[in-house]
Design a protein around this ligand. Structure first.
Ligand code: MF3
Ligand code: CO
Ligand code: CO
Length: 265
C-alpha cells in the first residue's frame, strides 16, 4: 500500500465512478444466476465473459496469482473462496465478490445471497452484516476519521452478538486494487489504528465480514487463498466502493437492482 491516500480530482473521480458503475452492472448481470444448482465456476464464467465482452479486465485474475475472476465464498468461508465445481445448495449463504478494472480504475463490491430456505440464524447474520455496512456509510463524513467506520460496525454487530473479522479489512482503491487507507471493521477503546482523516476525494471500500462464532480465521493450507472461520461457523459479507465527496459519501457500486438501504432479507 502507498503511504498517503490519494485525493482524487474531479476528472479522476469520474474515472472511479465509471469503473464502479460497470462493476455494479456486472453484479446485476450475475445476480439472477446465484441460485440453487449453479456451480460457482459457472458464475465465474459469467463474470469473465461479461467483463471481456465489454472490453474491461477482471481484476482478480492473476492478482498475486489468484486463479479466477471472482471470489465466491460459501457458508463458513469468510472471503477469497475460489470458484469450482461446487453447486450452490438450498440453505447456503454465498458471497460473490467482484472487482473490475475499467480504463485503469478499479471498482470493487460484494453481496451475500441466501440460497432457497436458510436457517433463521443465517438470515439474521446476513441481515445484520448488510445493516452494519449501511450504518458505517451513514456514519462517515468529510474530515471524520477512518476509525468511525470500524467503531460503528463493531458496536452494531456486537450489540447483536456477532463477531467481526479483524484479519481482513477494507482498503483504499483507485488505480490499484488495494492501497491506503486500510479500513478496519472494528474499533474499540484502546485500538491503535484508525486515526487517519477521511478527506474529500478519498476513495475506499467498506466490506465488513461478520461471524456467528469467533472472529478468528484460518487460511487454507492447500490453496493458500480460501479463508474460513476458525470454528467452522457461518460468515457473511457486503462491500461497496465509496467516494468521499465534498458534502458526504457517494456509493459508487450501487444500482437500482441490488439490495437497497433498509432491505429485508
Ligand atoms: N475483492 C476482494 C476485496 O474486496 C479481494 C480479492 S483479491 C483476490 O478486497 F485475489 F482474491 F481476488
Ligand atoms: Co471485493
Ligand atoms: Co475490497
Amino acid at each position: 500500500m502507498g503511504r498517503q491516500p490519494p485525493i482524487y480530482n474531479v476528472e479522476e473521480r469520474e474515472g472511479l465512478r465509471v469503473a464502479s458503475k460497470f462493476n455494479a452492472q456486472l453484479m446485476d448481470h450475475v445476480r439472477p444466476h446465484v441460485t440453487a444448482g449453479v456451480k460457482t465456476r459457472e458464475l465465474d464464467d459469467l463474470v469473465r465473459e461479461y467483463t471481456l465482452e465489454h472490453g474491461h479486465t477482471p481484476a482478480c485474475l492473476g492478482y498475486n496469482g489468484y486463479p479466477a475472476c471472482s471470489c465466491i465464498s460459501i457458508n463458513e468461508v469468510v472471503c477469497h473462496g475460489i470458484p469450482d465445481d461446487r453447486e450452490l445448495d438450498d440453505g447456503d449463504i454465498v458471497n460473490v465478490d467482484l472487482t473490475t478494472i475499467v480504463n485503469g480504475w478499479y471498482g470493487d463490491q460484494s453481496e451475500t445471497f441466501l440460497i432457497g430456505q436458510v436457517s433463521d440464524e443465517a438470515r439474521r447474520l446476513v441481515q445484520v452484516t448488510f445493516e452494519s455496512l449501511w450504518v458505517a456509510i451513514r456514519r462517515i463524513e468529510p474530515y471524520g476519521k477512518v476509525r468511525d467506520i470500524g467503531a460503528a460496525i463493531y458496536k452494531y454487530a456486537r450489540e447483536r452478538d456477532f463477531e467481526i473479522v479483524r484479519e481482513y479489512q477494507g482498503h483504499g482503491i483507485g488505480r490499484s486494487f488495494h492501497q491506503e487507507p486500510g479500513i478496519p471493521h472494528f474499533w474499540f477503546r484502546g485500538t491503535k489504528a484508525g486515526g487517519q482523516v477521511i478527506r474529500p476525494g478519498m476513495c475506499f471500500t467498506i466490506e465488513p465480514m461478520l461471524n456467528i462464532g469467533t472472529w478468528k480465521t484460518n487460511l487454507d493450507k492447500f490453496d493458500n487463498w480460501t479463508v474460513r472461520t476458525l470454528d467452522g461457523k457461518l460468515s457473511a459479507q457486503f462491500e461497496h466502493t465509496i467516494l468521499m465527496g465534498d458534502d458526504g459519501p457517494e456509493i459508487l457500486t450501487l444500482t437500482q437492482n441490488g439490495p437497497q438501504e433498509g432491505h429485508s432479507f
